[in-house]
Design a binder for this molecule. Structure first.
Ligand SMILES: NC(=O)c1ccc[n+]([C@@H]2O[C@H](COP(=O)([O-])OP(=O)(O)OC[C@H]3O[C@@H](n4cnc5c(N)ncnc54)[C@H](O)[C@@H]3O)[C@@H](O)[C@H]2O)c1
Length: 319
């Protein structure tokens, strides 16, 4: 099995290190910053400047797109046209129209397409879903999810802080919790939101999703302050609670020991459950090997997350 990794910046490097630890997988890399890419791969994989050239020469089974979000749709469509299955970083794309274009291409070319919604594979969230699904603590009452960071100033050409290129904090960061919420509970009956621009492209978004008998509150922030990244939740049920905080998951106050896979390196982000990156990649490779649709992150479900973010931004009270 061969993967063509497109983009080896921050997240591409995390994926590259996952592939290096996997048996039976060859890697080729494409990045317009060829020197930087060669330094990172240190001879482990061939490096190309053009991803199309890389696909034509290397003929990978699938590509893994880790480029800025506004490039996802064009690259995914082209890669499928050239015969590859596509794993693509979140958000699926910069808009729901672009995401729909990816789904249309998947149908047209008969390829597998999966968005790398890593939170669906991270141990603390896999555990939370299992508690919800089993009903062991009764019905949910209220779930609070936070994803807070200083504004990302490290991206290539600072694309992340350009809302037209990243979708801003709502589509780039808060989408993790929005996606998890709709993955577990489906479409909310209604939602409310607020949004605040702070300064110098820093901002925060707060959303509340209303379901029958419970609500989910998600907060995503890129603060103009150097606070350490944190992604946490508190889920309160009729008969108890589950909390993920400071890298620990507790149920009714007692620490839960989670099965974690092979840990990837400390990414500085998503501190808890960093192993999810390898798990999501392995899952997609298994789908290719078995010729099975990636039902755990169906493309239509990733599209729903982009649509929900659009609804949040459309309805948000501007503070
Ligand atoms: N799942 C997560 O936890 C997570 C975390 C961070 C970022 N992401 C997502 O990963 C994607 C990449 O983000 P990042 O932080 O790695 O950004 P980045 O700026 O660090 O890296 C982007 C890379 O793409 C390369 N690139 C630009 N144009 C290219 C082209 N035409 N062909 C090939 N390479 C090209 C750049 O040189 C750079 O190396 C984004 O969609 C982002 O939302 C996901």
């Amino acid at each position: 099995m061969k993967v063509g990794l497109i983009g080896i910046g921050g997240m591409g490097n995390v994926h590259f290190n996952c592939y290096k630890k996997m048996a039976g997988i060859e890697v080729a890399v494409a990045d317009i910053r060829v020197d930087m890419a060669k330094e990172k791969v240190a001879g482990y994989a061939p490096v190309y400047e053009s991803y199309e050239e890389m696909i034509k020469v290397e003929k990978p089974d699938f590509v893994d797109i880790c480029t800025p979000s506004y490039m996802h749709a064009d690259m995914a469509v082209k890669a499928m046209e050239l015969g590859c299955h596509v794993l693509c970083e979140k958000p699926m794309s910069i808009s729901s129209d672009e995401a729909q274009r990816m789904i249309d291409a998947k149908e047209k070319y008969g390829k597998l397409l999966m968005t790398a919604h890593v939170v669906r594979f991270m141990a603390p969230y896999v555990y939370l879903k299992s508690v919800i699904d089993s009903g062991e603590l009764g019905k949910p009452v209220h779930i609070i999810m936070h994803r807070l960071s200083e504004a990302p100033k490290w991206s290539w050409e600072n694309w992340m802080l350009d809302t037209d290129k990243s979708g801003g904090v709502a589509l780039d960061l808060s989408v993790h919790d929005v996606d998890f919420t709709q993955y577990v509970f489906g479409q909310p009956k209604s939602l409310e939101a607020s949004y605040q621009d702070i300064k110098d492209n820093t901002n925060y978004v707060c959303s509340t999703f209303f379901y029958d008998g419970f609500s989910v509150n998600t907060v995503g922030a890129w603060y103009n302050a150097s606070i350490p990244f944190r992604a946490e939740y508190l889920a309160v049920f009729e008969n108890g609670y589950v909390e993920s905080k400071g890298g620990k998951v507790t149920k009714n106050g007692a620490e839960v020991s989670l099965e974690v896979g092979e840990a990837s390196e400390n990414t500085g982000i998503n501190l808890s459950g960093a192993d999810g990156y390898s798990d999501e990649i392995r899952y997609f490779i298994d789908c290719i090997k078995c010729g099975r649709e990636p039902a755990r992150v169906a493309p239509e479900s990733s599209l729903t997350s982009v649509k929900l973010v659009e609804e949040i931004l459309g309805k948000a009270v501007r503070i």
